[in-house]
Design a protein around this ligand. Structure first.
Ligand code: SF4
Length: 204
């Protein structure tokens, strides 16, 4: 499989859940993300195995409209802090912050105008959510209808797992047929990093 490096994030983003896919698309479109988007995305990237050096390289090259000085002054510290490379003793001992769970993303700091963090299944309107899910490769009308119903009934995890199952249908069937699905892999995904890990393992 592909290595977890700054230059591979575009390729690896095919394995991202909707929340991180949207952050990545927004970053590529704007060459910028606001604070909570950077935090949510940085911790996810750390969780998939991107090391601090590569993560700094990723952000530096993604924010291509600004100078090195501006990057170093305004953005470098927060990335290092998220990794526990700077900050108080307890932050450093603990290796920085943990990647956010769906629960946290769904319930804390809802995104305001111009912000790209949060959970699209909850925080997008149906039109934007449908466009994002389609861009992720879902065109099946019954899946899109299921996502709408999950959203209407506030079962955001269900929508996310529905999309995962659809996008990995062939691989899941193969793994089941071969008897290599673990019981853990059959449980509902409740963490963006688990979504990535399962997708990556199924497709590599
Ligand atoms: Fe991300 Fe979780 Fe929402 Fe899926 S349910 S898009 S993994 S926050």
């Amino acid at each position: 499989g592909a290595q977890i490096t700054a230059s591979n994030i575009d390729n690896l983003s095919q394995h991202f859940p909707a929340c991180m896919s949207h952050l990545h698309r927004s970053l590529r479109r704007d060459a910028h993300l606001k604070h909570f988007g950077r935090l949510q995305y940085t911790l996810f990237l750390k969780g998939i195995g991107l090391n601090l050096e590569e993560c700094l390289m990723f952000w530096r090259s993604s924010f291509h409209k600004i100078t090195d000085d501006q990057f170093n002054k305004d953005y470098r510290y927060n990335v290092r802090h998220a990794y526990g490379d700077v900050g108080g003793d307890s932050n450093r001992r603990g290796g920085g912050y943990s990647p956010f769970s769906c629960q946290k993303i769904l319930t804390e700091h809802p995104p305001g105008p111009g912000e790209a963090h949060g959970c699209p299944y909850r925080h997008f309107d149906l039109e934007n959510l449908t466009a994002l899910v389609q861009a992720m490769g879902v065109s099946d009308r019954s899946v899109l209808q299921g996502v709408k119903e999950d959203k209407d009934t506030q079962k955001y995890h269900m929508a996310c797992n529905r999309v995962f199952e659809h996008l990995h249908k062939a691989e899941i069937k193969k793994a089941k047929d071969e008897g290599v699905m673990t019981s853990n892999q059959l449980e509902t995904i409740v963490h963006p990093n688990e979504y990535f890990k399962r997708s990556y393992l199924l497709k590599n």
